[in-house]
Design a protein around this ligand. Structure first.
Ligand code: AMP
Length: 364
């Protein structure tokens, strides 16, 4: 059943980073209000929202008050604690995407199992909860392999590549003896992602796949169209569609894929999904009339989705650390610059991005 919010309604957002900021900007353009909940008083999103709560995610009384003051709640990061999500729903307020999507994405083992159970290919993996389990996992999966903590990994944090037996010897201690998985190293040709949305009546809208390039484990550029065949792009959209339906998901999600070349042509292996708007979807702000932020707000508000159609070719470039200084001087006629309003520049910190659009030729 769809619970359609009227303009003037208020959407609660857990998390006040740049994604929360851009969600709030999109909501306000549609005549919806936002209330942002974040423990950090310097949150970039606070500058663009009329309502805010500065409190810890463990502060149940503040969460209940927040939940009761809004018409639904969403989030901009996947590490929302389970108890925080439960406090929202127990206060009688709808949470989108659901706690199930959140829980599935928070644990790499649960996530990989879920994805493979519905018949989508992931890298071969094994559960690791001790050094001896790691030794057996290496025997089963082989080297090179990637050891990843099950929880709280992003931008390459909490993971290490194992190439030799020496690397394996102390690897479990090196990741802090945390629950982990070992994944076979995927010899990928490139990485792509699909940003996909599902509304409260089950309609799905997928954006065109982006080809993503990382530098120092941080996304640097997303290019659309990527250098992939139309058929592979359609296959990626179909897999993302299958996944979003299986999760009974409401909102926008990012699905990351490895493109692997085989004697039979390129194939797709899913790396992971993020239950939120995604950095590799920022290109939609300049190349589509309805961007991923508007799409997410529409979905959680119970509205119909906008069209994911792309009117231009586009390259999104992240401005990391002091790149923001030169980036803000950009006046190219095809460039759209975004500043996240973070007061302090730090090495490796995402400070903003530039979308450069190009004429779209043909149907690709
Ligand atoms: P993740 O935190 O799982 O998104 O991983 C971050 C990045 O590490 C990915 O975007 C890949 O570039 C690389 N990576 C992760 N897992 C693998 C794998 N199994 N094989 C090869 N590269 C990987």
């Amino acid at each position: 059943m769809k619970n359609k919010l009227a303009t003037g309604a208020t959407i609660g957002i857990l998390g006040g980073g740049q994604l929360g900021r851009m969600l709030a900007l999109a909501a306000h353009r549609l005549g919806l209000n936002t209330h942002i909940f974040c423990p950090d008083p310097n949150s970039p999103a606070f500058a663009v929202t009329p309502h805010k709560t500065i409190a810890a995610y463990e502060d149940i009384a503040s969460l209940v008050k927040f939940a009761q003051s809004v018409d639904c709640v969403t989030y901009e990061f996947e590490n929302v604690p389970a108890a925080t999500a439960a406090a929202i729903t127990q206060a009688g307020t709808a949470l989108f995407p659901s706690a199930k999507a959140l829980e599935t994405s928070q644990d790499r083992l649960v996530e990989k199992r879920f994805i493979s159970t519905i018949g989508i290919e992931v890298a071969p993996y094994a559960k690791v909860d001790s050094q001896s389990a790691l030794n057996s996992a290496v025997k089963k999966i082989g080297l090179p392999a990637v050891l990843k903590t099950r929880h709280f990994g992003y931008d390459g944090k909490g993971q290490t590549i194992l190439k030799t037996d020496d690397d394996v010897a102390n690897a479990f201690a090196a990741i802090g003896e945390q629950p982990a998985i070992l994944e076979s190293f995927v010899p990928f040709e490139k990485e792509i992602s699909v940003i996909i949305a599902r509304d409260q009546t089950g309609h799905v809208a997928a954006y065109d796949p982006a080809e993503n390039v990382h530098q120092n484990h941080i996304l640097k550029t997303s290019t659309v169209p990527g250098n992939i065949s139309k058929a592979l792009g359609e296959a990626a959209k179909a897999i993302a569609t299958q996944l979003i339906i299986a999760l009974d998901y409401v909102g926008v999600m990012g699905v990351e894929f490895f493109v692997v070349s085989t004697p039979d042509g390129d194939k797709l292996v899913v790396n992971e999904f993020a239950p939120r708007v995604h950095n590799s979807g920022h290109w939609t702000q300049a190349a589509c009339l309805n961007d991923q932020f508007e799409q997410h707000i529409r979905a959680v508000a119970g509205w119909d989705l906008g069209s994911p159609e792309r009117h231009s070719n586009v390259v999104m470039e992240n401005l990391i650390g002091d790149e923001i200084i030169a980036g803000m001087q950009t006046t190219e006629s095809n460039a759209q610059v975004h500043h996240y309003g973070k007061s302090e520049i730090r090495k490796g910190r995402k400070m903003g991005h530039i979308n450069r659009i190009f004429t779209k030729k043909g149907t690709n």
